[in-house]
Write a protein that binds this ligand. Sequence first.
Ligand SMILES: [Zn+2]
Length: 264
Amino acid sequence: MNNPVMFTDPSGMIAVIPPGMGSWGWQGPGLTPWIRNIINAASRVRTATTSSQPQTDTDGGGAASPIVFLDPGHGGSDTGASRWLIRAPSLPAPFISISSSSSVVFEKDINLDVALRVRDILQANGVIVPMSRITDVNISPADRARLANESGADLFVSIHHNSSNPFRSGTLVLYPLAERHGSRSAASRVFATNINNMVSANTGLRDLGVQEGNFIVLNQTNMPAIITETGFMGGDLMFLANPDNRQEIAESIAEGILYTLFGN
Ligand SMILES: [Zn+2]
């Protein structure tokens, strides 16, 4: 597209998708110096690679704690989708105002924010949660899968927000190709359905269902694996910009994970 695309919501917030943005993010010259990491959670989290957490744990002789590997999509120079949010006088936390009235929102930061919220809920429920990243760093898809496999995780969740179409709205979850991954695909499909049902029911995001996805993190992991796309970085951008809504998404994803692990 050649012209900015703008969205508004009743609160008066305006989102601007920069001109020339590709489907998978825009990193045009002049924008980069503006970039600030929106969420700095490094001080309160730990990573899979540095964690001293045991890979399996016991609760005093009971069953081993489940392990759920969380993979916040993108990071570092790979921003995922980028969108501008403009609002006076200031954006809601955690967005940093770059000028007095604008900010840039990257999918990578939304992903990390939601993932950290999911982690907190899972940990409060006795789940061990290694992560591919907890700061704004870029990790290759293959490394994400490898870390997950090495962690011995029972489930893998890659958290994204959909950049495929700036006009669409809704939630969907991807799972590995049935033809290539057989029973692991089938288990992942059940897992994906559990998550997407929770998200659509709790958030009101339009249910776009579950779909097969041919992605490295789905292909190279060895446990049930999904990619969540809980809202579009376009039609749902205003929704995603609200921390309360991100918390609701996180609670829904966590609920779907806990249901998959424990039932009920
Ligand atoms: Zn993404």
